[in-house]
Design a protein around this ligand. Structure first.
Ligand code: ATP
Ligand code: MG
Length: 249
């Protein structure tokens, strides 16, 4: 469970360009809930994700994961809970390393295990099987440098890698924004599948209302740093796609 209480983030405090990017958000996410956050540019969606991941710390308010207060923990101290995928397909992987080496790094992200994990045949087989589930044919290219793959291929692999190690929370910030429709669909379906498979609490930020309709159990709309609409599971199920387009479009 994620509990966010009265969280604020002020940038450039006291200056002419002060911005209250997140301005008093209360939000409780149940374990295994999959919420979609929509909202116009600059409404504070990424800032909220950054506050949850710890890549920025709040000006005030508290964040807990289960019963642990993580409010003041740096991102690396929260990484055992969090898997994260960004908009830019280049940001999640090391270009010069092979697919296999990238997976190896992902697997030891929060553990100090020694690098033998990567040369182990069982690990290789495990990685190949995982990659095969994408249906992109990448399981035969695991020795190829990541930098030689397309954005969609990288993003799908980033997603798989992000959950290689133990984690409980999956944060997806516009993961398909830079992808063609087919790759975007593969990435979204994979995210949905992994979210269920690993029983993750998932937050997807997107501008794609079709994805907001098709994925997740709850929709939150942000505006100017606050939550302006919260569509719960029951309500979401009763919505037609057109209702959503009219509301948020
Ligand atoms: N590090 C920062 N320093 C100063 N201002 C920032 C910083 N990060 C974000 N902001 C500002 O905070 C506000 C919210 O930004 P944020 O990136 O959270 O919006 P967003 O909802 O993710 O928008 P988009 O849909 O464009 O990604 C914006 O006005 C932005 O310019
Ligand atoms: Mg953003």
């Amino acid at each position: 469970m994620i509990n966010i209480t009265n969280i604020h983030k002020v940038f450039n405090k006291g200056r002419a360009n002060q911005i209250n990017a997140v301005n008093g958000i209360d939000l409780t996410l149940k374990t295994e809930e999959f919420i979609v956050i929509v909202g116009s540019n600059g409404s504070g969606k990424s800032t909220l994700l950054n506050l949850i991941s710890g890549s920025i710390l709040p000006s005030s308010g508290t964040i807990t994961f289960d019963s642990a207060d993580v409010t003041k923990l740096a991102d690396y101290e929260r990484s055992k809970w969090i898997a994260r995928v960004f908009q830019n397909p280049m940001s999640g992987t090391a270009s010069e390393l092979s697919i296999l080496d990238n997976f190896r790094l992902a697997a030891i992200r929060t553990k100090i295990k020694g690098l033998s994990i990567g040369v182990n045949d069982a690990f290789k087989k495990h990685v190949k099987e995982k990659i095969a589930t994408l249906g992109m044919g990448l399981e035969n290219k695991i020795e190829q440098p990541m930098g030689t793959l397309s954005g969609g291929q990288r993003q799908a692999l980033t997603l798989l890698m992000s959950v290689m190690d133990e984690c409980k929370i999956l944060l997806l910030d516009e993961p398909t924004a830079a992808l063609d429709p087919r790759s975007a669909e593969i990435v979204m379906r994979t995210a949905d599948k992994l979210s269920h498979e690993f029983k993750l609490t998932t937050i997807l930020v997107t501008h794609n209302l079709k994805d907001a309709y098709n994925y997740g159990t709850r929709i939150i709309q942000m505006g100017e740093g606050v939550i302006i609409k919260d569509v719960d599971t029951q309500y979401k199920q009763s919505l037609k796609q057109n209702d959503l387009f009219e509301w948020f479009g």
